[in-house]
Unconditional design. Structure first.
Length: 119
């Protein structure tokens, strides 16, 4: 398991597939759909791909990083957080990652629920 999560997932194409799948799930998830209604989903997906890539050890585009830094907090309710984690878990599993890698990704997402502590 020496490769980073980004590489184990399958690189850029796999990250894009996970985000595409997850955002589509979020947009139809009754708990999350109101957050995505009327939003520019292709733009959300593009930014999310870059941020997710960087959080997994892959590249992050300067444009996307400028729009939403990788350490930006997800400000969601506990129910919304559970829905996000569930949708992302399913999207990642569909890319063929094992339980340990899925758990690591869920842990990264869970940690993003709050802003980083002040220094």
């Amino acid at each position: 398991m020496s490769a980073c999560l980004y590489e184990r997932l399958g690189g850029a194409a796999a990250v894009a597939a996970v985000i595409d799948n997850a955002v589509d799930r979020h947009a139809t998830n009754p708990t999350l759909s109101r957050l995505f209604c009327g939003r520019d989903l292709p733009r959300i997906k593009a930014v999310a791909v870059s941020i997710f890539s960087a959080s997994l050890g892959g590249p992050c585009s300067a444009q996307a990083a400028g729009e939403a830094p990788p350490n930006a907090a997800m400000r969601v309710s506990p129910a919304e957080l559970q829905a996000v984690l569930g949708d992302m878990s399913e999207a990642v599993r569909e890319q063929g990652l094992g339980a340990i890698d899925v758990a690591q990704i869920v842990s990264l997402l869970y940690a993003a629920r709050e802003p980083p502590p002040a220094c």
